[in-house]
Design a protein around this ligand. Structure first.
Ligand code: WT7
Length: 648
């Protein structure tokens, strides 16, 4: 092990942890790679099946065919709820909901949650939802969101959650892409100082052009007046009041779809990542149990929004399948003040805390007193997800938040992977700030060279790919299997390509270096440059746009847009404002560019391809080494870009 950056755990850690030492990790890891069928058939028994599978796995990456636990039958809501109630844990708290306003909170026991889920399942059935139908959910972080997910899974409907900050246009496109039958939303939302986020109003705008939607179920969150369309919209509370509370779970095939979640790629429209029932549940259940060393009675908190995969896998399905107590937080880290996270940790005596590096950087900047004035002794494990964690925030998390007692679990994964693929295990893996360390069980990462060869050995760098399938892997892009093949399996035939670059150090530890494609990671939010460019391009007067990322202290990456205006159109604050408005309308406020630079021309090759490498250098302010610009159609463009950047 390299000496300086290596954090070993104190001995008392290993006493009763699920994976208690590096040797145990290695032993089990080797088994999982050498005998995946034996390994996963044993692990799959941690959940309950109506009927066992007859084949553990069947995959062919060249054809992008992936199947796990074929012909096995199960139900996700049964596994997350009924099973625990039947085994005597009905009174255990399943969800703790903490409102945006610190005085608002609510708890649901497993029995109570099951009761709500069964009723909502009947509401959906009454509205005509059948097995296989898609249900769109557009909500803030309120308990009804989790209830809606579980109710869909109970009757075999496929949910498609659209993050609550997405605009009406984005919502419309996602509804249409998977022709959802029902939309579930809320009147308005509260988040931080915003107390009237127009959810229903956005939904109404989206629904002008969504022929598949038959009904809208509206949760009353704030009670403000919203428009209800006769014959289409119903109130959640009214329907729930009259709904029957008996509803048997549907027996689903392991490979039946569980949900669709849209994510951005480097080109084209967002992709509907499809996850299925059996493999996904096995993977998130097992990984949540092991990675967070979850034990009965622990209070677990993941601060993500359920609108992203982290919330699906590690707020709802992983924890609830493990009969955990999971916290759902409606608010933000800086409301009412910068101590909010730590107040919540103390209020519920949180044991496992899982957040994004961007939140840590934002809090770290405000000084240590917000943390030090809180107790935080309940914390045992501190996780991060979504982007590389750099050494300063890693150390701050470790020393100031965890007081040197809690391992930092830097988890690398993606919407596509369903669950965590590379991560330390709390009692087993000595950590190094900035490294996601070693693969999880059953995961075989490889580094590839540009020409498609596996790079062997240690102290090497390459493109991160995965060599064999794992149960939580996405199965297709909804409605476009060819795109699934092209995006993930064509780069390196026979491998799943992640889109990330990585290093493997002398100890075999992985260090994710970031996306190698045109996908940005802004405050842990994944944004496709092509989508933003499309939105900017719709602004009146804009001829062309190119968007790149640059290093940003808090957000990890910031967004820098180079915009060429049409001849005769002058750059002005007005057009700048229009560009921003267009992005907010087309995508949402989280995709606004930080910097906009107007430039008379973009650097292009003679064949007309924009050279983003040059734009990235300009955006970083790194003007000295532009590299080879001889292939540019007009090398003079570069000098202009540099001189114009001084005005941004
Ligand atoms: C991309 C996936 C997985 C849930 C949240 C993001 C980046 C994710 C890490 C990490 C370095 C990370 C990668 C990946 N990423 N976790 N621990 N260290 N980078 O899911 O929106 O699908 O984004 O996020 O670049 O490809 P996502």
């Amino acid at each position: 092990m390299s000496k300086n950056n290596n954090y070993k755990l104190s001995a008392d850690w290993s006493i009763d942890s699920h994976i208690s030492s590096l040797d145990k990790y290695n032993e089990l890891y080797n088994e999982s790679i050498q005998d995946p069928v034996g390994f996963w058939s044993r692990i799959a028994k941690r959940i309950s099946w109506y009927k066992p599978w007859n084949k553990v796995r069947d995959f062919d990456f060249e054809k992008a065919k992936i199947k796990w636990f074929e012909n096995g039958k199960l139900n996700v809501s049964y596994n997350c709820l009924d099973r625990h109630v039947e085994s005597g844990d009905g009174d255990k708290t399943a969800i703790i909901w903490e409102g945006n306003n610190p005085s608002e909170d609510k708890k649901f026991t497993y029995t109570e949650l099951l009761f709500e889920v069964k009723k909502l399942a009947n509401v959906l059935k009454k509205l005509g939802v059948e097995k296989g139908d898609r249900v769109c959910i557009y909500m803030q972080m309120i308990p009804e969101l989790s209830i809606a997910m579980l109710a869909c899974s109970r009757i075999g409907a496929v949910h498609s959650i659209v993050f609550g900050a997405f605009s009406a246009d984005s919502l419309r496109d996602r509804i249409n892409d998977s022709s959802c039958k029902i939309l579930i939303t809320q009147d308005t939302g509260v988040r931080g100082k915003k107390d009237n986020i127009p959810m229903k109003e956005n939904a109404d705008s989206a629904l002008f052009d969504t022929p598949s939607i038959k009904s809208v179920v509206v949760v009353k969150r704030t009670g403000v007046d919203v428009n209800m369309v006769e014959g289409r919209d119903v109130w959640w509370h009214e329907e729930m009041n009259i709904a029957d509370d008996r509803c048997d779970p549907v027996h689903m095939d392991a490979e039946d779809p569980l949900f669709i979640l849209y994510t951005s790629g480097s080109t084209g429209k967002p992709k509907g990542v499809l996850h299925t029932t059996g493999g996904y549940l096995v993977y998130v259940s097992f990984s949540h149990h092991i990675i967070f060393d979850y034990k009965d009675g622990d209070i677990y908190w993941c601060t993500a929004d359920i609108g992203w995969i982290t919330g699906h896998s590690y707020i709802v399905y992983g924890p609830l399948s493990n009969c955990a107590t999971t916290i759902m937080f409606e608010g933000v880290p800086n409301y009412p003040d910068y101590g909010r996270f730590w107040d919540i940790v103390d209020k519920y005596e949180v044991n496992q805390f899982y957040t994004a590096p961007t939140a840590l950087r934002a809090l770290m900047k405000e000084g240590n007193s917000w943390v030090k004035s809180r107790n935080l002794d309940s914390l045992r494990i501190l996780g991060t997800v979504g982007e590389p964690i750099k050494e300063p925030e890693w150390k701050w998390y470790y020393e100031i938040v965890g007081k040197g007692r809690c391992p930092i679990i830097d988890t690398w994964w993606q919407t596509e992977t369903g669950g965590v693929l590379i991560t330390p295990l709390p009692a087993a893996t000595p950590t190094k700030p900035g490294s996601a360390t070693l693969p999880f069980f059953g995961i075989h990462p490889v580094l590839m060279s540009d020409d498609g060869k596996e790079i062997e050995g240690n102290d090497v760098q390459g493109l991160l790919a995965i060599k064999t399938s794992w149960p939580g892997q996405m199965r297709t892009i909804y409605g476009d299997h060819q795109r699934f093949i092209d995006t993930y399996f064509s780069q390196f035939p026979g491998y799943y390509f992640t889109g990330d670059g990585a290093k493997r150090d002398g100890d075999g530890y992985y260090w994710i270096t970031g996306r190698v494609d045109d996908v940005l990671n802004i405050s842990g939010h994944r944004i496709g440059t092509a989508e933003v460019e499309g939105a900017i391009g719709k602004t009146n007067g804009v001829a062309e746009a190119a968007v790149v990322g640059f290093s940003h202290d808090i957000k990890g990456q910031g967004m820098y847009a180079f915009v060429t205006l049409m001849t005769g159109v002058d750059s002005s604050n007005k057009i700048r404002e229009n560009i921003i408005q267009s992005v907010v309308k087309e995508i949402g406020p989280h995709a606004k560019p930080d910097n906009i630079q107007f430039s008379p021309a973009l650097p292009k090759t003679r064949s007309g391809k924009i050279m983003r490498r040059i734009l990235r250098k300009v955006a970083e302010g790194d003007h000295d080494n532009m590299g080879d610009i001889s292939t540019l159609a007009d090398p003079l463009v570069v000098a202009n870009l540099i001189s114009d950047s001084a005005q941004v």
